[in-house]
Ligand binder design. Structure first.
Ligand SMILES: NC(=O)c1ccc[n+]([C@@H]2O[C@H](COP(=O)([O-])OP(=O)(O)OC[C@H]3O[C@@H](n4cnc5c(N)ncnc54)[C@H](O)[C@@H]3O)[C@@H](O)[C@H]2O)c1
Length: 245
């Protein structure tokens, strides 16, 4: 009898860093389940469950569906995230703050709450939370986003400490700017102009922009047995951008 594939759940797996992680984890032999509010491109994921990660009812029902799959849940990547339009403190609408916190911080909390029991039942696993250099350095003009990503780092470390005895590792990655994903469009309502792209490149000491696949490689490493026993770590992937933030 053939062993069922190990399962990886990727939130926000329909686009950008999440989608690149789906592809990378599939290459590594996982059955990739995407939780997202939009469908992933055809033939990327093995299973798509429409789910707003900020909504406990939807996350619980997604977890039930995942629990009914053959195979062990071995990896969870929390990549779903949104930004705010920008403008800073005085323009910050508390409703926007709430929504950003709801998706970026409550989302990972809910997926961990409802999926960790499956990992425990399977004897362990790896969780990777996609934070940001904004969570380490702050981000002038984007206080809600920075607070949500800083909170996600604290949540990651807390969960790493709580879950280590169950052989569940919890790590965070902090990417710098990845301009080719849907994130800039979601945040600004448009793509970067050529001048903005150039300004960004000047901010990165390595003089190159990050690609989603480069972040996905680190995420896959943190999911794999190659990274045992790394837990509670916060890995920065930014070409040095944080030094000029
Ligand atoms: N792109 C960057 O410059 C950058 C830098 C640092 C960190 N990040 C983080 O990386 C993660 C992925 O961003 P990306 O750049 O790939 O952006 P993206 O917009 O390409 O992907 C985000 C995905 O999350 C999904 N999503 C949004 N709200 C959701 C919700 N409520 N429930 C479920 N899914 C939801 C979107 O549909 C989309 O598929 C985010 O957490 C983001 O904060 C991005």
């Amino acid at each position: 009898m053939t062993q069922p594939q190990p399962i990886a759940v990727i939130t926000g797996g329909a686009s950008g860093i999440g989608l690149a992680s789906v592809r990378r984890l599939k290459e590594a032999g996982y059955f990739a389940v995407v939780l997202d509010i939009q469908p992933p491109p055809p033939e990327s994921a093995d299973l798509f469950i429409r789910c707003d990660v900020g909504d406990q009812v939807q996350v619980r029902s997604a977890a039930e569906a995942i629990g009914a799959l053959p195979g062990r849940l071995c990896a969870l990547v929390n990549s779903a995230g949104i930004g705010e339009p920008g403008g800073g403190l005085e323009e910050l609408d508390p409703e926007v703050l709430w929504r950003v916190i709801c998706v970026n911080l409550q989302g990972p909390l809910l997926t961990m709450k409802h999926l960790v029991p499956l990992m425990k039942a399977g004897g362990g696993g790896a969780i990777v939370n996609v934070s940001s250099i904004a969570g380490l350095m702050g981000s002038p003009g984007y206080p809600a986003y920075a607070a949500s990503k800083g909170g996600l780092i604290a949540l990651t470390i807390s969960m790493a400490r709580e879950l280590a005895r169950h052989q569940i590792r919890v790590n965070a990655v902090c990417p710098g700017s990845v301009p080719s994903t849907g994130f800039v469009r979601q945040q600004l309502g448009r793509d970067f102009t050529p001048a903005e792209r150039l300004a960004l490149l000047k901010k990165v000491p390595m003089g190159r922009s990050l690609r989603p696949e480069e972040v996905a490689r680190t995420i896959a490493f943190l999911c794999s047995s190659d990274s045992v026993p790394i837990t509670g770590d916060v890995l920065v992937i930014d070409g040095g951008e944080r030094f000029s933030s």
